[in-house]
Design a protein around this ligand. Structure first.
Ligand code: ADP
Length: 189
């Protein structure tokens, strides 16, 4: 079972993913986390993406797709994958389909957390007080929304056309949202 947890910046994908991967035994792939690890380790990739990420821009499709391809290929025995923060462009979505096909796998569901923008901004500013993330400041947050609307939101249509898109209310108690996600996952299993 392979799932994409989709949503705008600050929607709670990371929080929900932690519980989902435990419950369903999925291999968790967050491109944001992986890129932050690359930056912390000061790898070639890390150095390349540092400026873009701190300003709230999107890293190139080539970089994130090659990371995902490597991680999927290295975990083929896993019960399934949980993608967080990927795909973020239609090109990435197309390439993910190719990668999955190459391994005789497919995406079973795209769970989209829906949260109004004013709540998202408030959450991220709050997180910025403790996250230590260079991109949790108001200028970078605004730029992340511009990128989201322009490049990431069209990914929703891509999966709607495939019949894979499931909307989930992302406002409320963390446990309540988790239960709603689980209900949908149990439905498709
Ligand atoms: P959030 O969803 O809160 O914005 P993420 O951890 O998912 O946080 O991503 C942080 C940053 O990492 C993004 O703003 C972007 O610069 C980069 N990034 C993560 N995933 C991708 C991706 N799939 N494509 C391009 N850039 C990405």
């Amino acid at each position: 079972m392979n799932i994409i947890l989709f949503g705008p910046p600050g929607a709670g994908k990371g929080t929900q993913s932690q519980q989902l991967k435990e419950k369903y035994g999925l291999t968790y792939l967050s491109t944001g986390d992986i890129l932050r690890e690359e930056m912390a380790a000061e790898t070639e990739i890390g150095k390349k993406v540092k400026d873009i990420i701190s300003k709230g821009g999107l890293v190139s499709d080539e970089i994130v797709v090659s990371i995902i391809k490597g991680r999927v290929g290295a975990n083929l025995k896993s019960a399934g994958f949980l993608f967080d923060g990927f795909p973020r462009t239609v090109k990435q979505a197309e390439m993910l389909d190719e990668i999955m096909k190459g391994f005789s796998l497919k995406i079973n569901a795209v769970l989209s957390l829906e949260v109004p923008e004013d709540i998202l901004i408030a959450r991220m500013l709050e997180r910025g007080k403790t996250s230590g993330r260079a991109d949790d400041n108001i200028d970078s947050i605004r730029h992340r929304f511009v990128e989201y609307k322009e490049k990431t939101a069209p990914v929703l249509d891509y999966y709607k056309k495939q019949g894979n898109l499931i909307g989930i209310n992302g406002v409320g108690e963390i446990s309540e949202i988790f239960n709603n996600l689980c209900k949908e996952i149990d439905n498709i299993r």
